[in-house]
Design a protein around this ligand. Structure first.
Ligand code: ARG
Length: 585
């Protein structure tokens, strides 16, 4: 609900009270956006909902409210329509005043949250020595955007990378490392073992073939858990190598995230099990320590346990998440913890959340939220793979997007007969390529699967990053063409709304605040994408309809100011998606 709606709601409530008495003070005026802009901007449906209670015709009730309703500072005279709707249309004067406030505000009317909260966004979280795959890419892009939006709203956001850096697979990896790089383990130098994924596969092959190797790997696990210096050294080498590979992706995507991997919580795991035992939640099942859950059953309908300690004494993914939640609440003082992972982990989080709540570790004012997302599919509708059937390396995927953006640009330059420097071309290709990948991901409702298509995401038409970037470039083109520095226009340059396309654009601009608080609540960045897409579209319609530089004053300045406000809104909105704008493209 934005400021206008709140004001209208208040006035409607007052009118209700005056017309029908104090007992109507709390009645919901049922204020919604008008279904058809022809009838106005908002409509109040309260009369229909009160008809039964008052035993009167809805139209009569609506008229009684309208008779008492003074909204002349915001709206044109309200009208009763249809079965008893109250139609409300904002005045141009009001809209102009709102725009003036927005222009003067560096936050473009987006209020800071009333209370700043500590929020944790757990995102990206790839696994050491394994491929960072498209699922991690989605988590990285969506998590980063959510974090940016919360930060902008003034929250104290902790971005955490819950890297998978622990587990029995390290026994195998370290054993193999000793075999092939014995020298690396005795020097302090960082090691370059090339492609870690190949390394992983080779280690796995050795493990599967050789029993002596398996035995050694088991011993390495024991040593790792006991903290033996040489084993820890080898483990660190592997982590560093992976970290460097992940960082390449984060740099390309401009992602900031703090690593706090699974291993961080190791020292806390025994206490987790102990406290669950104390709380009377633990049951031994075939030697494993488990918590039985409500609402989770196997195929036979028997209750499903969540294992927190295996029969060999080892802990697992779930135990680590239990410890992490407690740490994040007690030590980080988080009030909301947001987990961005594929939908396949929905059960894992539902189970872990249930256990910590049962154990009483979650105070009432702390929210735990799993933010699930769907799969990335190839254009054939199947799991996203390379032509040869291998998983796509993220590095290659991003490079490909940049290369294609570059080819598109070169074509355009030829068509338009333009010459540009190498530096310009490289920068545009990079920004367009990366933005296209990010935007394609963010613009889908994250809960559905999405089809990865370079052609679609790089198109200048449709709901794509290039379309949005182009709208921004257009605003900058106007400023160049008119030799006008937008910033010198002053934030008090008066916007006058005359044409329909101007009014439509203005009303849309004024919704930014509401959209951002919606995303803060429901954590669906696609709503911001949709807003920006509509904004670009409405701006383009305005631009086609209303001459800017060729208009007479004061309309010329007004339209320039509208262009500038649109540009600022696009730039801010895109920045919250992790997308950078271009002055020219
Ligand atoms: N490393 C996990 C994976 O690759 C994701 C971790 C998500 N975060 C968490 N706290 N469990 O699937």
């Amino acid at each position: 609900m934005n400021a206008t709606q709140e004001l209208l709601k208040e006035k409607l409530q007052q009118a209700l009270v005056t017309a029908f008495g104090a007992e109507f003070a709390g009645v919901d005026p049922v204020l919604v956006a008008a279904s058809n802009p022809k009838f106005g901007d908002y409509q109040a449906n309260v009369a229909l909902s009160l008809a039964k209670r008052l035993g009167q015709q809805p139209r009569v009730i609506a008229q009684a409210i309208v008779d008492q309703l003074d909204v002349s500072d915001i709206c044109k005279p309200p009208e009763v329509a249809g079965p008893g709707f109250i139609n409300l249309k904002l005045t141009t004067q009001y809209l102009e005043a709102q725009l003036a406030t927005m222009q003067a505000d560096s936050r473009l009317g987006v209020a800071k949250a009333k209370t700043s909260k500590r929020e944790i966004v757990d995102f990206s979280s790839p696994n050491i020595a394994k491929e960072m795959h498209v699922g991690h890419l989605r988590s990285t892009i969506i998590g980063d955007s959510i974090a940016r939006i919360l930060e902008f709203r003034g929250h104290d956001v902790l971005r955490l990378n819950h890297v998978g850096d622990w587990g029995t697979q390290f026994g195998m990896l370290i054993t193999y490392l000793r075999e092939v790089y014995p020298e690396a383990l005795t020097t302090a130098n960082a090691l370059d073992i090339g492609d870690l994924v190949t390394f992983y596969k080779q280690a796995k092959k050795r493990f599967d073939e050789d029993e002596a190797f398996q035995e050694q790997a088991r011993q390495e696990v024991v040593k790792l858990q006991a903290g033996a210096a040489d084993t820890i050294h080898a483990w660190k080498l592997l982590c560093e190598q992976s970290r460097a590979e992940f960082q390449v992706i984060y740099d390309l995507l401009d992602i900031k995230v703090q690593e706090r991997g699974e291993s961080f919580y190791n020292p806390l795991l025994p206490k987790v099990v102990e406290d669950l035992e104390q709380a009377g939640l633990l049951v031994e099942d075939q030697g494993a320590k488990c918590v039985f859950l409500e609402g989770f059953t196997n195929k036979e309908g028997e209750p499903l346990p969540l294992i927190v300690q295996k029969s060999d004494g080892g802990y697992n993914y779930a135990t680590t998440d239990l410890a992490a939640i407690r740490y994040r609440i007690q030590e980080d003082h988080a009030k909301r913890i947001i987990y961005v992972t594929d939908a396949g982990q929905a059960n894992h989080f539902a189970q872990v959340f249930q256990v910590v709540r049962k154990a009483g570790w979650v105070p009432d004012d702390v929210e735990l939220v799993h933010v699930p997302f769907g799969l990335v599919l190839g254009e054939d509708g199947k799991k996203f793979k390379t032509r040869s059937g291998d998983t796509v390396r993220l590095r290659d995927l991003l490079d490909e997007a940049i290369a294609r953006a570059r080819a598109d640009l070169e074509n355009r330059l030829i068509q338009e007969g333009r010459q540009e420097t190498e530096e310009f071309k490289a920068n545009v290709a990079k920004v367009v390529g990366i933005s296209a990948v990010k935007y394609a991901d963010l613009s889908q409702n994250r809960t559905s699967n999405y089809v990865f298509s370079y052609d679609k995401m790089l198109s200048l038409k449709g709901n794509t990053a290039p379309y949005m970037l182009y709208a921004y470039v257009r605003t900058q083109g106007i400023s160049r063409e008119g030799n006008i520095d937008f910033e010198n226009l002053g934030t008090d340059a008066k916007i006058l709304l005359q044409e329909d396309t101007e009014l439509t654009l203005a009303k849309h601009l004024l919704q930014l605040d509401e959209i951002i608080s919606d995303v803060e609540q429901d954590l669906l960045p696609n709503r911001l994408c949709e807003y920006l897409y509509q904004l670009s579209d409405k701006f383009n319609k305005f631009y086609e309809n209303c001459p800017v530089l060729k208009s007479e004053e004061p309309i010329r300045t007004s339209r320039l100011a509208l262009c500038y406000l649109t540009a600022r809104t696009l730039k801010l909105g895109l920045s919250l998606l992790g997308i950078q704008v271009l002055e020219r493209m």
